[in-house]
Design a protein. Structure first.
Length: 121
């Protein structure tokens, strides 16, 4: 749809990874809104502006899973993609019950494809 904003919230504590994800998503035509922590994200209303959420699982403070559960209690569910450098069977299973899962390092195309699926009708 022309003029439709494709905002994607990214919560990633690693500054270089967060910056790389922002550049990648912007180059793919999305509008990333990035945060270094779950708490920083929760202090905003960015969740209401985005149809897709990209959460690192291991964050200082609230984890990506805890953040998602907190949002699910108060708002409509959005598409979520969990990313992590700590790939475990338990994390994979938990993430896949909720949304998509990408262990780091992942190909940029895989993240872009996952985000595109979140915006698909």
């Amino acid at each position: 749809m022309p003029g439709e904003e494709k905002r994607v919230v990214v919560v990633e504590d690693d500054a270089s990874m967060r910056s790389a994800i922002e550049r990648l998503l912007r180059a793919a035509g999305f509008q990333p809104i990035a945060f270094a922590s779950a708490e920083a994200f929760l202090e905003t209303d960015a969740e209401t502006e985005a149809a897709c959420l990209v959460f690192d699982i291991r964050l200082p403070g609230l984890s990506g899973f805890e953040l998602y559960r907190q949002l699910a209690e108060t708002a409509a569910a959005q598409s979520v993609i969990f990313i992590t450098a700590h790939d475990t069977v338990a994390a994979r299973e938990q993430a896949e019950e909720i949304g998509e899962y990408l262990p780091k390092p992942f190909a940029g195309k895989n993240l872009v494809d996952a985000v595109k699926r979140a915006f698909a009708p």
